[in-house]
Write a protein that binds this ligand. Sequence first.
Ligand SMILES: *Cc1c(COP(=O)(O)O)cnc(C)c1O
Length: 559
Amino acid sequence: MGVEKEEFFIHPTTELDENVIIGKNTKIWHFSHIMKNTIIGKDCNLGQNVVAGPDVCIGNGCKIQNNVSLYKGVTLEEDVFCGPSMVFTNVFNPRSHIKRMDEARPTLVKKGASLGANCTIVCGVIIGKYAFVGAGAVVTKDVPDYALVMGNPAQQKGWVCECGEKLNQAFTCPVCGKIIKQESASLAFVDLAAQQQRILPQIEKNIKTVLKHGKYIMGPEVIELEKRLADFAQVCHAVTCASGTDALLMVLMAYGIGPGDAVFTTPFTFIATAEVIKLLGATPVFVDVDPATFNISVTKLEASVKKVSQAGQLNPKAVIPVDLFGLPCDYDQINQIASIHDLIVIEDAAQSFGAEYKGRMAGSLGHAGCTSFFPAKPLGCYGDGGAIFTESDDVADKLESIRVHGKGNNKYDNIRLGINGRLDTLQAAILLPKLEIFHQELEARRNVAKIYTQLLSPRKNFLILPEVFSGIKSAWAQYSLLAPDKETRAHIQDMMKEKDIPIAVYYPMPLHLQGAFADMGYEKGDFPVSEDVSSRIFSVPMHPYLSKEDQLRICKILL
Ligand SMILES: *Cc1c(COP(=O)(O)O)cnc(C)c1O
């Protein structure tokens, strides 16, 4: 034995086999049996009729109530609570006539977990730290850290604090105030796991519902989502589709844009914005960006529209302003120019869904708005998805037709050319619970942005920080900074890499210099602001679950 007998208490009716180690201050009560090679830590309390061993390891500070047996393969870390008469199994499929003891599967209960009275832990699982298993539950699979599970088979019902109280949606304990942060191996650029951890039960429930009803194409979840999206964006119609790219394509198709038409947009955006224009045979006309917002320059837009009109070769038809990094463009001015020149305004809100412009929601700021549910966008699904917003019944009808091969009264009555552009029911089912917490997440993003700006303000003369404009709330898809020059940006990238902090460059090359548009005759120097910004810009990690400690870590490198 490892310690002197006087340092722990064992009731005389309890049996100790050979080579047992028992820690200081541990108490073992009546009629228990500790089998060989078992280690019990200090400050434990084992009730009556507890069996432990052989080869079992029980950490410090565990409480094991009456009538619990811990057979070979069970390991308890520190401070585990085993309620009265709870059961650990050790063979998965026992048969009396087949010897299976050598098939015993190990069970690990991590630090601080509580296993309620009469619950059963099927062998082979890991119970996460501070997890809570309700009384009578039958646990058949791993339980995440801090999870609350109940029932047979045990299902996750929420999250609990280290103190045992249920956590609220913000992962904060309403009783002790502690904020629980799951340990993540490294700092993520966009942490989708933190969000998933928060709403996993709802997502799983919704996916199961879809698997049950089997309406994988245009199921009830799609219809429900469209209603909720329209409410969120405060527009009459939200038409979901297969991606942000399809959203842009379908809107251009609905407005009949094609060869001979000029569509004005920015060269400082993701390729999709201009790609769809060219795919339809129309001509993208690039207009340089404003250096303060990285969004299309309103004065340059007006000049460009006039120039194209006067040249008389192309018909100025539409403008696609892009709300880059989540910041809405200046729509009052854009809409005014558009109305003078009879242009359709198609808002590329792929990055700005959730943003606000003078009390109106991004997506609703032009004739039609397009967004993307690509996983890393502010509102993302688990695959590709998108939506179009419009006030026009006529445009919405056309979009619904274009989405299904230009259908008329039915799928086999084709009144125009369309595409297969539907959103999967499964993606809608995943988006519904994400939309529920989206307002909170937007607030959290705004807070993260505010903290970045506070932390980095001493470096204002060195780095250019994103500006905040009155009346506008960004969706903060990215927090993007300008380095003084290309070399400094490369140096910052190296330093971040060394510290394992992911940063990104959106976008390293403006579209007018991309091979896909080489036939259009643009040259280096045509859009000096976009070219300059591409050479100096970088974005730091941004998501609603970024902790202040992580932000400090990131900013330390820039200070
Ligand atoms: C992401 C994005 C798109 C395209 O969205 P997908 O869903 O990836 O097709 C279009 N425009 C902008 C500005 C984007 O950021």
